[in-house]
Design a protein around this ligand. Structure first.
Ligand code: PMP
Length: 361
């Protein structure tokens, strides 16, 4: 095998090597099936077992209560920007949104096509370098839901405390932090995540939705965009992304072998601390986010000049540290450290950063 790099990509991102190797072993012949999962009917007993096991494992890993449905859909996080209002903005035709980055902004803009969006708070004025403090008097008690992005992939912030929205269901985009830290699912009406960071290959979107919120989609909602249809059909209304669901199931097994989400959270906190502690004492590198809101998954940082940023990215790449370039809207660098990034990867990156600092001070 060619040497694998430390891949700090924000998504699609690094997957656990042992999972890739298992998928490789089972690629041509899934055990006892005589065919690849890719070649299998989605209505076959074998695939049904794969789907049921993936659902049961996610339920166990996230402590999802019985009154929530787990759906495996397509269309990425961006389709959820529309599905959420179409399905949930159904009583008073309005919703509260907190704008903590590009993805929340896009979600709010999409929701505006279907109803009234109340922007409760935004950190746009300071390039989304923090999670804004909320003024509960700005919450609309008649909102059909209250929307937040739990981890802001581009800017590297995360919510460490959830807003108390009373009876208004909280809706969370967990695309870049699902399974990275423990979360109390009962605080949410709906949580969703695209798979391509912590769960598996792009192509599957996981939606976890409280049952009582189903069944009231707007009349014009296309059948394929109705949560209730997918829930009634156990994510088998049409052909689901079968290979992605299978792969995600392998990742869930891996997470269990690591000791579950709580164990991964400890490792993620250690990885983040290694990088942030270095940034905080460095005389050359600087983290760009308010400390208390720092993400465990995505750490943006900058050097004093664009030229040095470029030099760093180039030299890092030559040493096997890939995809450290910041998002095109922000510049600088960003190290994404999802579950599959080993501690050793972050330690080696920091060693390299120290060396770079010595050479470029
Ligand atoms: N939400 C967040 C937090 C994201 O990071 C992204 C993109 N990676 C999206 C939504 C959009 O997801 P997708 O590309 O799957 O539509």
């Amino acid at each position: 095998m060619e040497k694998r790099v430390y891949n700090f990509s924000a998504g699609p991102s690094m997957l656990p090597l042992e999972v890739l190797e298992q998928a490789q072993r089972e690629l041509v012949c899934y055990p006892s099936a005589g065919m690849s999962v890719m070649e299998m009917s989605h209505r076959s007993k074998t695939f049904e077992n794969i789907l049921e096991k993936a659902k049961a494992d996610l339920k166990e890993l996230m402590h999802i209560p019985d009154n929530y449905k787990i759906l495996f859909l397509q269309g990425g996080g961006s389709t959820q920007f529309a599905m959420i209002p179409m399905n949930l903005m159904n009583k008073n035709n309005k919703a509260d949104y907190v704008i903590t980055g590009q993805w929340a902004k896009k979600a709010a803009a999409e929701a505006e096509r279907y109803g009234k969006v109340n922007i409760v708070a935004s950190s746009a004025d300071s390039t989304f370098d923090h999670i804004p403090t909320l003024d509960p008097s700005k919450f609309d008690p008649e909102a059909d839901y209250f929307y937040i992005t739990l981890n802001n992939t581009i800017y590297g912030t995360r919510w460490t405390e959830l807003p108390d929205t009373g009876n208004v269901p909280l809706v969370g985009d967990m695309s870049s932090s699902i399974l990275s830290q423990e979360i109390d699912i009962t605080k949410f009406g709906l949580l969703y995540a695209g798979a391509q960071k912590n769960l598996g290959p792009a192509g599957v979107t996981v939606v976890i939705v409280r049952e009582d919120l189903l069944g009231n989609a707007m009349d014009f909602t296309p059948t394929m965009l109705r949560y209730d249809i997918h829930a009634e059909n156990n994510s088998l209304y049409n052909t689901p992304p079968t290979y992605g669901i299978y792969f995600m199931g392998l990742v869930f097994d891996w997470v269990k072998r690591q000791g579950g989400v709580a164990a991964l959270q400890k490792i993620n906190e250690r990885k983040a601390a290694i990088l942030y502690d270095f940034l905080d004492q460095s005389e050359l590198f600087r983290g760009t986010v308010v400390k208390k809101d720092r993400s465990l998954m995505n750490a943006p940082f900058v050097l004093p000049t664009k030229e040095l940023d470029e030099k760093f990215i180039k030299e890092a790449k030559a040493q096997g540290f890939e995809n450290l370039k910041g998002h095109r809207t922000v510049g600088g660098m960003r190290a994404s450290m999802y579950n599959a990034m080993p501690i050793e990867g972050v330690e080696k990156l920091v060693e390299f950063m120290k060396k770079f600092e010595m050479e470029n001070k």
